[in-house]
Structures are given as C-alpha cells and as structure tokens.
Design a binder for this molecule. Sequence first.
Ligand code: NAD
Length: 480
Amino acid sequence: MVKDFDFPSAAYLGGKWHKTPKTFAVKSPYSGEKIADVADCGETEAKAAADAAVEAFKAWKAKTGHERGKILRKWFDLLVAHQEELGQLTALEMGKPITEAKGEVLYAASFVEWCSEESSRINGELIQSRFPNKRQMAVYEPVGPVYAVTPWNFPTSMITRKAAPALAAGCTIILKPAEQTPLCALYLAKLWEEAGGPAGTLQVLPALDPVPVSRALMEDMRIRKITFTGSTPVGKLLYRQAADTLKRISLELGGHAPLLIFEDADIEAAVKFTLLCKYRNAGQTCVSANRLYVHKKLEADFADALANAVEGLRMGDPLDPATQIGPLVEQQGLDKVVAHVEDALSQGARVKTGGKALGGLMYAPTVLTGVKPGMRILEEETFGPVAPLIPFESEEEAIRWANDTDYGLAAYLWTKDLARAFRVAEALEYGIVGVNDPVPSAMGANLPFGGYKNSGIGREGGRWGLEEYLETKLISIGLY
Ligand code: NAD
C-alpha cells in the first residue's frame, strides 16, 4: 500500500503512544490490502485510560474556557492543514471517495472551530431570588471523564462532534473508534498532541473486539458520561449498561429517512437532490434517504430521470478524485444490501437500474420501482446505494407512510408550496427535516443534530451539543 506520510498505529494512552501485545489488521475495503497493524486494546488499557482521564480531568477542568479554547483552535488549524492526509486515510480505510473524504475533514474541523470559540462563553446565570437576603446562581461544570464510541462511516467528524464539545466544556474523553477505521482516530489524537492537548485529556483505544474495553469503562463509576454514535441495537445495549452507574448518555443511532417528492417538484432539481441525499458515501449515511415516496403523477418520469443520472455516477478507486461511488465498507454491509434487493424483487419490485454486486465490495447504484409495504427495504436501514421508489396519491398518505417507522432521524421533502412545506415539516416525526435541502446539516457545527424515537437521545452540534457535557449546579448564598 503506497503512503507518503506517517500515521500512528499505537494506542494513545495517558499522553503516550502505547504498543499492545496484540494488534489487528486494518484493510482497504477497495483493494483488500492491509494498510496497517493497529494496537488491540482490552480491559488493561481501558482501566489505565480511565485512571489517566480522571487524573487529567482535575487540571483540565481548572483551566479557563479561554485557555481550553486556544488549544482547540490550534487543533482546528492542524486539522485544516492536514486535510489531505486525513482525507487519504479516510479513503483508504473506509472507502469513501477522496473528494467526499476531504469534505468530511472540513466538516469535522468545523466542530472544533465552533467549540474553540464557544468555550469562552459557557456562562452561568444569576437568578433573581425569592428571598431578599439570598443570592442564587446556576453555574455550569463539566460532567467529568467521558467515554465515546464512534462508527466507521464518518471516521473523523463523528469523533470531533463529541470530542470538541467535551474538551471545550472541560471534560476529558476516552475514545473507542470503530474497528474498521481506527487510523483516522489515531491521526486526530496525533494532531491533538501537536496542538498541546495535555496528557490524558483525549485518549484513543482501538480494539478489534469492543466489548472488553467497553465493559471496563461502562462499569467505572468515575466515567460520568457515555456518548455513542452507531447502530440502534448497540445504542440500546449501552443505554441499559449506563443505568448501573447512572452515566449521562447521548445516543446518535440509526435512521430510515423518507424523502417525499410532491407533484409540484421540478424533476431535474429533485433528481439532483436525490443524488446527494441517497448516493453520498454509497448510501452509508445515517441520514441517507432510504425510502423515496414520489407523487404518482411524477413517478414514471422521475424514475427515468433518476436512473439516467445514477447510471452516470462514476464508481471506482476512492483515492481517484473522479470517483463518486466507492465500495461498501465490509462484506456484512454488502450482504445486507444484496438481501434487501433480493427480498424486494421476490415480492414484485423491479430493477430500473443497477441491482447487482460488481465484485469485491462494490454494489451498483440502484433504482427500484414497484416497491411496496412489507418489503424489508422499507422496514430497515439498507445502508447502501439503493433507492426504492414508492408512489403516493395524497399528502396525508405520504406523511402517514413517512412516519410509519420506529426511526426518527432525518426526513426530506421537495415542494414549491410554502404552506405545504411547513405543514409537512411539522407533521414529520423526525429530529432533522430538509425542505428542498438534501444536506440540512452541511457544515452544521452550529446546528442541532439528532433523532426522535429509536434514532437516539440528545443532540450534537451547537449549544445543544455543548450542554450534553455540562452539569448545572445551584449555588445559593445567604447574606448574614
Ligand atoms: P455499530 O453499532 O455496529 O458500531 C458502532 C460502534 O459501536 C463501533 O465502534 C463498534 O465497535 C461499537 N460496538 C459494537 N458493539 C459493541 C458493544 N457490544 N459494546 C460496545 N461497543 C460496541 O454501527 P456501525 O455499523 O459501525 O455504524 C453504522 C450505524 O451507525 C448505522 O446504523 C448508522 O445509521 C449509525 N450512525 C448514526 C449516526 C447519527 O448521527 N445518528 C451517524 C453515523 C452513523
């Protein structure tokens, strides 16, 4: 594997690069080649990291927000300066096309920038007392050492969306990155070290098996918060585990986004819109449009135009700047896409374009028509480049179908009618709604991101994301 820059493969523990007796291989999903052997952490490393996070918390919490902000600002500058390297690592270990990967690095950096500024503005509140001889105030304090678990599909931004507000608030953070993508996480730690981040404030523990590290940290009373992005079943497991030590919890889980295309939509624009919110990251995005409800007057024309546009998408090596669709991240993901399409076809759906695996982990961008309720593709997150089209007849029917799921992360609609835009956006039971906007959270460090129902608890981004890392304390002073 050709690389022209160095990246770490040891764990980052207590401010040191820590080699473990065991390692595991990280492979390119495109070529199957090994990229690196990475430290494989377990319970021992988790306990050592917890000790270091608790120790570092004392001094980090005592710094002013302004001081913490200055280190975060340096981290931001380094992230931007190393956009190319981080982009390449993302394309290598995750398979996302390099152009998208470099865009993700800037998105990741934007959380660090926003939090570097906001850490100076974590102000409490003087409350007007009901007693003349008392002065009462609400002050914010960091919740304490945090444990973070992140997925592979956005290997830099899912980390900074947690680490930046945690560190700005004065928390220390131990990260267990996804086993598929530990290299981006370790590179972020290297840049944190270069930025002057004190030992133990940010630690990264890669692990092939997440359970030993996770169990040790979840059982540790000194770890006061768990923040997780990933699948709903693992999120629920961590939610249950958090009960024993009553940790604060933030969960960013799976999605099953509907996209509603109303009869007044401009087909050309709606197709462009769909390419972005369906095929980006080969559909491996929690906010990917998974179900495309198209008004029946438009369905045939829309299906033709979408299939035509999808056939023009360029598949290939993620490191090639011309590539628009790379491989799926792993065999299990590809198997799920294949199974969803086979199930739909066996129940009467038709392939408009694509519909086949192309060797390796590549799957052809696909449009399916004739999709009906009861098919797996309408019930589960597919996490692949497949767009199932379902015709609808009325606004009421479209809303009912869109909400007929336990998920509630993102939803989209396309209309020129302002009254309908508001009516439908308000009726959708989702944490994020894009109206004529396929990427509502683009560069959204200042925006709330999170889901309803089985899509999660809490919000990341903006002041909402920062508050997740803050405790509120009442101080009441009697004037005697
Ligand atoms: P996953 O849940 O399998 O893995 C996510 C992380 O959890 C990984 O780090 C993994 O090692 C860890 N993990 C797995 N089992 C664990 C266990 N028993 N204990 C502790 N940790 C464990 O999810 P994935 O396949 O990596 O990611 C895809 C999922 O993430 C999709 O469902 C997607 O929608 C979701 N996601 C959500 C958001 C969001 O913001 N809501 C963003 C990106 C991805």
